[in-house]
Ligand binder design. Structure first.
Ligand SMILES: [Zn+2]
Length: 241
């Protein structure tokens, strides 16, 4: 991972823009560099070499090391911005000099960068894959199901619950595949496969508005690489196509 720092001198709560160096499109892991991420107000003057980019605009358009390093910086910048005050006593916080934490100047409590775990699952039934359309998104993508882990449940329990809640299908044999940071703004996607057990698809209508069993040769519009959703879909096609 490339070194990351926060562009604290241009931090402003009034903008959601990400500032990254203008020449980042060519970096590779063999060319150590330094990335900056911060929240630049529209009228802020940026340090030399920086440009304003929205993180999503970089997805799939720059090489993977550049994207993931920028995502790393973005996650830290998001955490830094959203933890300027203590959640316990309301006092101001400051960056800890010894570790990656913000410490309250009044009660001394520390807060660390937040990561929100989420499961994503390829459900397989008789050589078909469960694909669903997100009711909250206007795009035409169909993808595998995903959802945030709740307090008190295991990742496997989360997979079973999410699939049941969103499409009313029961799954079993939940198997870990891989994981991927997902800096929109602070998720960690944990990918699984699962096997269909029983139930007919009945979408919840709020998160999912359509879902169906798709064969390996009839894929609709699916998420782009390098998303872990696409990796699960490609894996399904490799196995059953
Ligand atoms: Zn405090």
């Amino acid at each position: 991972m490339l070194p990351v720092s926060l562009a604290r001198d241009i931090v402003s709560p009034s903008s959601s823009l990400l500032a990254v160096p203008a020449d980042r499109e060519g970096i590779t892991e063999n060319e150590p560099s330094h990335l900056l991420a911060g929240w630049a107000s529209p009228d802020a003057s940026l340090p030399g070499g920086l440009t304003r980019r929205n993180l999503r605009s970089l997805f799939g358009t720059v090489d993977e090391p550049a994207f993931w390093s920028t995502g790393h910086a973005f996650q830290l910048a998001h955490w830094d911005r959203s933890h300027q005050y203590c959640g316990w006593c309301g006092g101001p916080t400051k960056l800890d000099s010894g570790e990656l934490a913000r410490q309250c100047e009044e009660c001394g409590r520390s807060v660390y960068p937040r990561i929100s775990p989420a499961v994503i699952v390829a459900v397989i039934r008789d050589r078909t894959l469960l694909l669903a359309h997100n009711a909250r998104r206007s795009h035409a993508f169909y993808s595998v199901l995903a959802g945030f882990v709740e307090p008190g449940e295991t990742l496997e329990e989360c997979v079973v619950r999410e699939v049941r809640e969103e499409v009313n299908v029961t799954v079993g044999n939940v198997r870990y595949v891989r994981s991927q940071p997902w800096p929109f703004p602070d998720a960690l996607m944990i990918a699984f496969t699962a096997e269909y057990v029983e139930g007919e698809i009945e979408v919840d209508g709020t998160e999912i508005d359509h879902a169906y069993w798709c064969g390996p040769h009839e894929l609709p519009h699916v998420p782009p690489r390098p998303s872990v959703a696409r990796a699960l879909i490609d894996r399904f096609v490799e196995m059953f196509g």
